[in-house]
Design a protein around this ligand. Structure first.
Ligand code: SF4
Length: 380
């Protein structure tokens, strides 16, 4: 006898019609993800980028720093790339589970086209297993549910048209890790660039070096999580720290605007040593990289940890400034005063925010209106 969820899936597949282009915003989560499973009837897959064929039918995927060795019939750690007779396929190409029009501040990107909107998309899957994932229903779906890959079938042209029709300045590849839907993101980004629409990755930074070089020409901005120490990465995320640092460095070298986010979790990554280590690393790459220190709330497998106290965020912000960073922001605490952009020279507030809303933008061609100092970012 089928478990209830699988039974529900079967009923849904029988009930639903052919996939349609979505109305926006659309977000498929929880039960809706199962509804979206209807599109698996088509079993559309795309040959993967960034892999090599090995002896026999084995392949090695180089898309991210896991560099998975994948035997015939198996999938990589992300569970959305499958070896079929020596050819690696992406199982999530065009299988979109979330489409929303978001303020760019939500990514968060505070120094990139402030006040603009971004068409934000995701497929299921992730190469991390973070115990505090806020989007675990979709990021961990391929690992935790014994279903075919869900998603509404959309082509890159559909995504770019939707962005243009809704006057979005950018397309964001977000909610789940864009590296694992790289082929789709790459095609969308190429077409969006041709139409003058910018592209944004919101990423865990585990992208392989070659893949980073391939996507960078189409990317205008990348918010990268820098989550904590190597111990934190190994124990909480199933990954390692060093590749993330490498991606931050490389994205900067390649001219992509980078902002960094750290979700501060009580007792896990909030020590003086951890926070100073993160801030000093960012500063060593470029002191003008904005650092977002965000409030954690209990979710998924970390239900035993409390919300991050606002005082802790403030302390992290102080550490950032003391380490030499020019721009540090408190995230997920609207109105607490840590969201405004101040001029690093004269401390004048140049952009005032409340949550994701811009209350006032006083920038003049990227300069402080009081002292004329440069505020780094992508402003037009
Ligand atoms: S994207 Fe990363 S996790 Fe997925 S198969 Fe490739 S190397 Fe493995």
């Amino acid at each position: 006898m089928l478990p209830p969820i699988q039974f529900q899936l079967l009923i849904t597949i029988l009930r639903i019609g052919p996939p349609q282009v979505n109305k926006f915003p659309l977000q498929l989560q929880n039960d809706d993800v199962y509804t979206a499973c209807a599109s698996v009837i088509l079993d559309l897959v795309k040959e993967a980028m960034q892999y090599e064929r090995l002896q026999g039918s084995d392949v090695r995927c180089h898309l991210c720093a896991h560099n998975c060795l994948i035997h015939n019939g198996q999938r990589g750690i992300c569970a959305v790339r499958e070896n079929r007779d020596g050819t690696l396929y992406s199982l999530v190409y065009g299988k979109v589970v979330s489409v929303n029009i978001d303020p760019i501040e939500k990514k968060p990107l505070f120094h990139f086209l402030p006040g603009s909107t971004s068409l934000s998309i995701a497929t299921v899957g992730c190469n991390f297993r973070c115990k505090h994932c806020q989007n675990y229903e979709i990021s961990q779906f391929p690992r935790e549910r014994k279903f075919p890959i869900p998603g509404r079938d959309m082509q890159p042209e559909d995504i770019v048209s939707a962005a243009a029709d809704n006057r979005c300045a950018s397309v964001s590849y977000t909610y789940t890790e864009p590296t694992i839907f790289f082929e789709f993101a790459h095609d969308c980004a190429r077409i969006a660039s041709e139409k003058g629409i910018k592209n944004v990755f919101v990423s865990n930074g585990y992208t392989g070096a070659e893949a980073t070089r391939v996507i960078a020409p189409y990317l205008s901005a990348n918010n990268i999580d820098l989550k904590g120490s190597d111990k934190f990465y190994r124990e909480i995320c199933g990954a390692r720290l060093e590749p993330v640092k490498n991606t931050i460095r490389l994205m900067k070298e390649l001219g992509v605007w980078v902002e960094v986010t750290t979700l501060i979790i009580p007792d896990l990554n909030d020590s003086e040593k951890d926070l100073t280590g993160i801030a000093e690393f960012i500063c060593s790459v470029d002191s003008s990289i904005p650092w977002h220190v965000s409030q954690f709330y209990p979710t998924y497998k970390l239900l035993d940890k409390p919300r991050t106290p606002v005082e802790k965020l403030r302390h992290a912000r102080d550490i950032g400034y003391k380490s030499g960073l020019k721009y540090v922001y408190e995230g997920n605490v609207p109105g607490a005063g840590g969201e405004d952009t101040s001029c690093p020279g004269c401390k004048e507030i140049v952009i005032k925010r409340f949550g994701y809303r811009i209350i006032e933008n006083r920038l003049r061609n990227g300069k402080c209106p009081k002292c004329g100092g440069t505020i780094e970012g992508v402003w037009v």
